[in-house]
Design a protein around this ligand. Structure first.
Ligand code: IMP
Length: 427
């Protein structure tokens, strides 16, 4: 059985949670490899509807071990709430494992995320304010505290003392905010550590053994390619890599281990937060898509910006992730449209270009060149096979496939697990 990376191919919120939940039925290990509780993965299955922020969407599969990988920034309070809520609703979380190398989101990260955003004023990124940027910045600055540190109180105390001293200086002297109490943070994180300790362990051996046994492993991304700190619309980006390359680093395996890279695209585009989005529809059509699809952030409740499918961004995403196959989600949202547009090119300062510019300012100036296709205006949510889709819906997904440059193997026509069409065998 293959090792499959499930990657957000646009600006996040593509429906990775549903895809992972669906595929996890066959998986033995599901590893969440990036982001933190800035992510919100909606899963609708026989247990009900869930909004997961940190726990892998494979948690519902009774045969799978779920790992929160080293590449995730964990707010332990949020994680424990999520575990409690799942348990209260009858979901077994005893197969949850947390990498001892994963970094912790600390209370000062949350404060600094808000203070830094305010400092940016009109240039604010529109972060989720979950402390994720500051936590990953500390990881790289070698000022992070990791889950494994919670297992040794002396190590934890010493590390906290050194780092909090530094953070309190920034909080008070740069921002004029109140300092945090070392004793309070210590006590609270020791409590978290006590509860999480049975789950915290080394995870690379477990992963290697599962792969050697030929078991199916899913690598679950968070956010989307166009929010990647290197390739996304920098600085309007997140702070860990949602790319297939990021899945190796964030789960702890080499690139040669990955057999399939499944890119998840919505049938249109959405984005939440600031930054350029060439196909944004700041008009009635955009509002229509938002209301039809209930496009509001899972984590923050913010309205998502909606727009037409951007094939230039999609091809870029396919290139840097090397997708081997693609899932197109939320096709049913477009059922109401009488006609549909797909962006097939950009015009930058009056000249056509065929690449996704690195500069956010340049991307902001790009004018989309559209191709128009007729809508199908027939409900698709009951279709279970490709040939049950209206001919015009097939024409639309075939065109997306052509433009993306990668086979579409899965089409989603609703939130529920069964509202899925396998256009071709996944492996
Ligand atoms: P941060 O990751 O909270 O620092 O936010 C940085 C940018 O990424 C902002 O534009 C957020 O709206 C966006 N972002 C973070 N997580 C998600 C997500 O799960 N879905 C969509 N956008 C996200």
């Amino acid at each position: 059985m293959p090792v499959v990376a499930v990657i957000g191919a646009q600006w996040g919120d593509e429906g990775k949670g549903k895809v992972v939940d669906l595929l996890a039925e066959e998986a033995r290990v599901v590893v969440r490899f990036s982001g933190g509780d800035n992510a919100g993965h909606t899963v609708v299955n026989r247990y009900g509807e869930f909004k997961l922020h940190l726990i892998p969407s494979g948690i519902f599969s009774p045969r799978a071990t779920s790992i929160i990988g080293n590449g995730v920034a964990i707010n332990p309070g949020v994680l424990l709430d999520e575990i409690d809520q799942l348990n209260q609703r009858g979901v077994d979380t005893s197969r949850l494992i947390i990498s001892d190398r994963a970094h912790l989101v600390m209370p000062y990260h949350l404060l600094l995320d808000g203070l830094e955003e305010e400092m940016r004023g009109g240039k604010a990124i529109g972060t989720t304010r979950k402390g994720i940027g500051p936590a990953f910045a500390d990881k790289i600055a070698r000022l992070g505290i990791r889950t494994g540190d919670l297992l040794d109180r002396e190590v934890f105390r010493e590390r906290l003392h050194f780092i909090l001293n530094y953070k309190n200086t920034i909080l008070t002297k740069v921002y004029g905010a109140s300092p945090l109490s070392e004793d309070e943070v210590y006590r609270q994180y020791c409590q978290y550590g006590e509860r999480l300790a049975p789950c915290i362990r080394e995870t690379t051996v477990l992963l290697e053994e599962a792969i050697k046994r030929g078991e199916m492993v899913l690598l679950e991304g968070a956010q989307g390619t166009l929010l990647d700190p290197d390739f996304g619309t920098y600085p309007y980006a997140t702070s860990s890599s949602p790319l297939s390359g990021g899945s190796c680093l964030g789960a702890g395996l080499g690139p040669a281990r990955i057999d399939q890279t499944l890119g998840v695209f919505k049938a249109y585009c959405t984005r939440v937060g600031g930054g350029p989005m060439p196909t944004e529809l700041a008009d009635e059509t955009g509002n229509l898509i938002r209301e039809q699809a209930h496009e509001y952030g899972t984590t923050t409740g913010r309205p998502r910006r909606c727009g037409w499918f951007d094939a230039i961004a999609a091809r870029f995403s396919t290139r840097i992730n090397a997708f081997t196959q693609v899932a197109v989600t939320r096709l049913d949202v477009l059922d109401i449209m009488s006609s549909l547009k797909i962006c097939v090119g950009y015009e930058l300062d009056g000249k056509p270009i065929d690449y996704f510019p690195a500069s956010a300012a340049a991307l902001d100036r790009c004018q989309p060149i559209y191709e128009e296709l007729p809508g199908w205006q027939v409900p698709t949510s009951e279709a279970r096979q490709y040939d049950q889709l209206p001919a015009l819906a097939r024409r639309y997904t075939d065109r997306l496939e052509e433009l993306i440059g990668c086979p579409v193997s899965l089409i989603s026509v609703g939130m529920r697990r069964e509202q899925s069409i396998f256009k071709m065998p996944l492996w």
